[in-house]
Ligand binder design. Sequence first.
Ligand SMILES: CC(C)(COP(=O)(O)OP(=O)(O)OC[C@H]1O[C@@H](n2cnc3c(N)ncnc32)[C@H](O)[C@@H]1OP(=O)(O)O)[C@@H](O)C(=O)NCCC(=O)NCCS
Length: 160
Amino acid sequence: MKIRKFKSKDGKEVSKIMIAAFKSFLGDKFDRLDLKSFSPQVLKKISNTESYDGEVVSYVAEEKGKILGYIRGSAHMNGLGSSEVVGVDTSSFHKGVGTKLMKKLEKFWKSKKQRKISTCVSAHNKRALIYYLKNGFIPEGYRKDHFKVGVDEIILGRFL
Ligand SMILES: CC(C)(COP(=O)(O)OP(=O)(O)OC[C@H]1O[C@@H](n2cnc3c(N)ncnc32)[C@H](O)[C@@H]1OP(=O)(O)O)[C@@H](O)C(=O)NCCC(=O)NCCS
């Protein structure tokens, strides 16, 4: 399996993977906004960008020409990076794909001299919570009904 930068041509394949991955824990809470944020067009637009104060980068895990997962994160001038989103093909869960993607993002953060990384995870999403804890994140707070009514978020932080 190799980890490489997301390219525009990956949009469709990544879109399918992310929609299925997020439906796996959101169920009927997965809505039209989620669908839009994982559309090939939006993924192409936001996956690799640069601005005056930072950079967003995205990677995919690929095996035998098939994409198995996607991760997106950012680095900022102030040293505060973020892990924005991660999703793995549901048939490849718990095989180390997510961890490999996170390790690649870690290299990016370190190359950009980031001091701290922030993210959040839906409180009921145990699989992802354990994944983040295993990858060095520590709970820092709790937000009720945050992105959606009925879905709380655990705020996580990781010092590099
Ligand atoms: C969360 C997610 C990215 C993890 O990726 P993954 O490739 O399945 O995870 P890995 O195989 O690298 O596992 C890393 C650790 O996560 C935990 N984990 C992964 N799958 C798990 C499961 N089914 N049950 C419990 N813990 C699990 C384990 O601690 C695991 O370490 P271990 O292998 O030593 O037991 C993936 O399951 C996913 O895409 N989920 C749906 C989308 C999502 O929840 N995204 C995160 C919110 S942004």
